[in-house]
Design a protein around this ligand. Structure first.
Ligand SMILES: NC(=O)C1=CN([C@@H]2O[C@H](COP(=O)(O)OP(=O)(O)OC[C@H]3O[C@@H](n4cnc5c(N)ncnc54)[C@H](OP(=O)(O)O)[C@@H]3O)[C@@H](O)[C@H]2O)[C@H](O)CC1
Ligand SMILES: [K+]
Length: 496
């Protein structure tokens, strides 16, 4: 699913209006209807429903919701932020429609008119949506601060007022919503971690924008979905043997960090690699061979002489440390291996300390930093959007795939496309979950998925497995090992 800017969504509206065809006011009615149905299902026994409206189309939605709720015998008070000018056409039409219904309409021209809000009230925020073009100030700023001070439940329509739809809102006053009902698809702003305190739980309501609108080519940003992932997934061939699915080399672990090697190797095996060799310090063989008997062990001390070309791919970095010997491991792989590899964790820290290694990366390789590792290599970024843009430029420049981990992990590809992952949960913020991802990515590469396919399928599987796991483990009790345990169920849900 492509992620669109506010401008592109406006064009999609216009396309729908022209080609469905549907009038703009009926499209607003349809959008409001989806919200009304959602509110009906929510029920909740609120003392009073208060709908706050601006004079744009977001406010128009609020007015239409007020009318549709009365039609269902749910009463509300409407508050219109009044600046003295007329609202949009659809706002004005909805205002005149509302006059014949038993809804009290208040016009707010000054902060003295702000209502006292009870914690048992429900606030519907329809002040500003995707048309916001500057931070809030004056009366709108004061109103948002007043609403945020209340202990009432706040539901935002389309976006929390004060938040820009497609760029960071660092200095803005923004409504702190408990839930947000957004239209048609996720907006860019919901992918930024800085915005998380404001949007609460986001529900995407389908308002039936025209399916033929050509978004392809209009956006470099995309959210992975089931259809895309099912197309990438390749069932195993009937006449196959372990050689069909490649031989992966995992270079991981040092004394005290062998857990990373175990998790990574398990992730690699569980994602379907035919053979996996784990290159660990020789004195740690017992750990890897006991914990992962399916893998072969090979000593890190043999790195100078080993023939790397016999491995289909290499995953390097989890728990290796950043000592001179570990740096040597990475250098040797980079210099002697020319197919795509996966580099994570300490492998990335070694690169951060020796940035000349960036020019040695085999083309098409995958780097999978978390934000701090990313900044160590590519420099400080002010916000998530800047991080996305930097990753995009670097992926193009270095011809590598850069996965930045987090809620909505994303991968920046060498062709300039950026894909956000749609699976996963906060339970994954636990030690070792990145090591499992490295294993999965390496395992997918080994069995013949392209680097891009490995990134998309790997991130999706990793998150999906955790989503399935938390149904029994809870987010709190999830440990990285559970992600490998549930990978089978994740594969089954993609295959079926
Ligand atoms: N396809 C859909 O998703 C549909 C969405 N709908 C709803 O429409 C809004 C977008 O409506 P729009 O009228 O474009 O914008 P807003 O309602 O968000 O804002 C209206 C005007 O507010 C002014 N503005 C902008 N920033 C500020 C500010 N900081 N302070 C005060 N005023 C501000 C601006 O006008 P100016 O002339 O003052 O620049 C805006 O134009 C979308 O979010 C949905 O809720 C449709 O209902 C159905 C389809
Ligand atoms: K809003």
């Amino acid at each position: 699913m492509k992620i669109l800017s506010a401008e592109q969504i406006r064009k999609w509206d216009e396309f729908t209006i022209l080609n469905e065809p549907i009038s703009s006011i009926d499209l607003m009615e349809r959008a409001a209807r989806q919200c009304t149905q959602w509110f009906e299902q929510k029920k909740g026994g609120f003392r009073k429903i208060r709908i706050f409206c601006g004079k744009g189309n977001n406010g128009g939605d609020g007015l239409a919701i007020a009318r549709q709720l009365v039609e269902k015998d749910i009463l509300s008070d409407v508050y219109i932020l009044e600046f003295g000018s007329l609202g949009t056409n659809d706002f004005q039409t909805n205002l005149s429609r509302l006059h014949s219904f038993p809804v009290t309409i208040h016009f707010i021209q000054h902060q003295d008119f702000f209502p006292v809000i009870d914690k048992a009230d429900l606030i519907i925020d329809a002040l500003f949506g995707s048309g916001l073009n500057r931070p809030l100030d004056g009366l709108s700023l004061q109103l948002v601060q007043h609403l945020n001070k209340s202990a009432a439940t706040i539901i935002a329509i389309d976006l929390p007022s004060g938040m820009f739809a497609d760029k960071p809102s660092p200095t803005n006053a923004v409504i702190k919503a408990h839930e947000t009902l957004t239209f048609q698809q996720l907006k860019f702003c919901f992918l930024f971690p800085e915005n998380e305190p404001f949007f609460g739980e986001v529900h995407v309501l389908n308002i039936g924008l025209h399916p033929d609108f050509s978004i392809a080519g209009n956006s470099m940003f995309e959210l992975t979905d089931w259809k895309m992932i099912k197309e990438i997934y390749k069932p195993r061939k009937q006449f196959s043997h372990k050689g069909t699915y490649g031989h992966a080399l995992i270079v991981a672990g040092e004394k005290g960090k062998m857990g990373a090697a175990v998790l990574c190797t398990r992730g690699c095996l569980r994602s379907g690699a035919g053979l996996v060799s784990a290159m660990v310090p020789e004195e740690q063989f017992a750990i890897i061979q006991t914990a992962v008997p399916e893998a072969m062990a090979i000593a890190q001390e043999t790195i100078e002489t080993v023939d790397l070309s016999k491995y289909t791919t290499v995953g390097i970095g989890p728990g290796t440390g950043t000592s001179e010997e570990s740096a040597r491991l990475l250098q040797r792989v980079l210099v002697n291996y020319n197919r795509p590899i996966v580099i994570d964790a300490d492998g990335l820290n070694i690169i951060a300390a020796n940035d000349e290694l960036l020019s040695e990366l085999p083309p098409g390789s995958i780097l999978s930093p978390h934000p701090k590792e990313f900044e160590r290599i590519f420099g400080k970024t002010e916000n998530h959007l800047e991080r996305i843009q930097t990753a995009r430029l670097q992926a193009q420049k270095l011809f590598v795939y850069i996965i930045v981990k987090g809620h909505y992990s994303f991968v920046a590809c060498p062709d300039g496309e950026v894909y956000f992952n749609s699976t996963g949960n906060s339970g994954m913020a636990t030690g070792g979950s990145g090591d499992v991802l490295t294993g999965i990515l390496t395992g997918l590469l080994a069995q013949g998925y392209s680097a891009k396919e490995s990134c998309l399928l790997g991130m999706f599987l990793h998150g999906l497995s955790a989503d399935i796991a938390v149904k029994t483990t809870s987010q709190e009790a999830l440990v990285a090992g559970d992600i490998t345990e549930y990978l089978g169920k994740a594969f089954l849900s993609i295959a079926n």
